[in-house]
Write a protein that binds this ligand. Structure first.
Ligand code: NAP
Length: 490
């Protein structure tokens, strides 16, 4: 298959289409391949190895075989390998960003931004590898000494979604490798190319064979079952939908694996009467429309207090109207296409039901004239809690605006969801900043900001948004076991 012009890379070797098992580029046993489609053009840009249970079992065996030598390196040695991996990511940002845009659709600037964000996790965990400290405990017995040491959990399975095809893998692989674990990664069917480019760079960085493996597949259930049923795999680190997360958690229970789940959200963004409205509008735009509205931390419900409701809506609509929808490769594009036809159908269903239920379309509300999976930048007002769009992640460029009167009402509405990933609010009142920040049932709360992801802080949710944290010290802990050593006869 010829590579389309939109994906002409300075280093064409970054575009891989076979799986990566035990340090070898591996074609599928069956010979079958699945197409990777550029959502902007509808064009098939690569034919990738369609692997199944057998290849997954071999990848797990490779990761198991590689574990002892990788674990026994000093933290400083592992750190040096990760540092090289990070530098290669930085050096190849333009190509890696182009791959993300080609397979996922986001604007090129966001694609490059995703590489920078993913690489930052690798850099941070390369540093943190050296700080997997244990502790000593004052003994209960004069003839004994008590210590706690930290050890890698073992072989890790990393299953990731399509919306951040590069960064979600980097965020799992970096702390796992830093801790001394080995990894089998299963990227999303829609976006396997970024994961394979990561494997190519891992090899160049000197990651030993078997330490980082990538299994690509169009039928994820078989791969998932092979990973979750293997007694060798000691941890499942998953990012994706709550539905699949629950399934993997059930499957992992049979062999009592550790699980880390980064799942769906239904983020509220609350604008109080006393907010700096310029800041609130600007941050709400970024939070809502980044990645075309396809992030787990996107503002899914914008709650605005009655006193500033009309002014906020007017300003938000004006700012939304300035956003340009188009292919991610076109200069000036702010919002790319949705990932696929199923995503388009979901957005249409939720907007249609909201309008039928009484929501007002302030702008957009339809498929974009570019066709395919492009959707208009859309603002809905008079949205109510009873509508499906208030309960489900819309995962598209659709802003739903709600009105509220009191702080208590806003906090209750914000918490009235099974999800608990990210929440945002805007106020100038310091006391309210603390009170509301503490009252929101979310793993992450941003005050006067619409962005909160960074490698130096713990990212993750509560309730049905997940278990565990990525980034920061907590992110390394996820891949470490605590071992208590009791030393007697002293
Ligand atoms: P998804 O359908 O749950 O897929 C995620 C991954 O799981 C993909 O690799 C998918 O493979 C795989 N998968 C699906 N069924 C499986 C099974 N039975 N066994 C093993 N693996 C299976 O989610 P998505 O639609 O790709 O991603 C969007 C969701 O991810 C949203 O809910 C979003 O909020 C969430 N998300 C959360 C975070 C976070 O940090 N909390 C970050 C990003 C996204 P296929 O691609 O082949 O189906």
């Amino acid at each position: 298959m010829s590579v389309p012009d939109s994906l002409t890379l300075a280093d064409p070797a970054l575009l891989r289409t076979d799986g990566y098992i035990d340090g070898r580029w591996t074609p599928p046993d069956s010979g079958a391949r699945f197409g990777v489609v550029d959502p902007a053009s509808g064009e098939t840009i690569a034919a990738v190895a369609d692997m199944g249970a057998a290849e997954t079992v071999r990848a797990v065996a490779a990761a198991e075989a590689a574990l002892p030598a990788w674990r026994e390196l000093t933290a400083k040695q592992r750190s040096a390998v990760l540092r090289r991996w990070y530098e290669l990511m930085v050096d190849n940002t333009a190509d890696l960003g182009a791959i993300v845009t080609a397979e996922m659709g986001k604007p090129l600037a966001e694609g490059r931004g995703e590489i920078a964000a993913g690489a930052a996790y690798v850099e941070w965990f390369a540093e943190e590898a050296k700080r997997a400290y244990g502790e000593t405990i004052p003994s209960h017995d004069p003839a004994m000494r008590l210590m706690v040491i930290k050890q890698p959990v073992g072989v890790v399975a990393a299953i990731t979604p399509w919306n951040f095809p590069f960064a979600t893998i980097a965020r799992k692989a970096a702390p796992a490798l830093a801790a001394g674990c080995t990894v089998v990664a299963k990227p999303a069917e829609d976006t396997p190319l970024s994961a394979l480019a990561l494997a190519e760079l891992a090899e160049r960085a000197g990651v030993p064979a078997g330490v980082f493996n990538v299994v690509t597949a169009s039928e994820p259930a078989a791969v998932g079952a092979a990973l979750t049923s293997s007694p060798v795999v000691r941890k499942i680190s998953f990012t994706g939908s709550t539905e699949v997360g629950k399934l993997l958690m059930q499957q992992a229970a049979r062999t009592v694996k550790k699980v880390a789940l980064e799942l769906g959200g239904n983020a509220p963004l609350i604008v109080f009467d006393d907010a700096d409205l310029d800041a609130a509008v600007n941050h709400a735009i970024v939070s809502k429309f980044r990645n075309g509205g396809q992030t787990c931390v996107c503002a899914n419900r914008i709650l605005v207090q009655a006193g500033v409701y009309e002014e906020f809506v007017d300003r938000f609509c004006a700012a939304s109207a300035a956003l340009r929808v188009g292919p991610g490769t076109s200069e000036g594009t702010d919002i790319g296409p949705l990932i696929n036809a199923a995503a388009m159908a979901k957005v249409r269903r939720l907007v249609g039901a909201a309008v039928t239920g009484g929501a007002t379309v302030r702008m957009g509300g339809e498929a974009h004239r570019l066709g395919g999976t492009f959707y208009d930048t859309t603002v809905l007002t008079d949205v109510t809690d009873e509508m499906d769009i208030a309960a489900e992640e819309v995962f598209g460029p659709v802003a739903s605006i709600f009105r509220f009167d009191t702080t208590g009402e806003a906090v209750a509405a914000a918490n009235d969801t099974p999800y608990g990933l990210a929440a945002y609010f805007f106020t100038r009142d310091l006391a309210r900043a603390f009170r509301v920040g503490e009252a929101l049932d979310y793993g992450m709360v941003a005050v006067n900001s619409g962005l909160l992801m960074t490698e130096v802080a713990p990212f993750g949710g509560v309730k049905e948004s997940g278990i565990g944290r990525e980034g920061a010290r907590a992110g390394l802990e996820e891949f470490l076991e605590t071992k208590y050593l009791a030393i007697g006869g002293i």
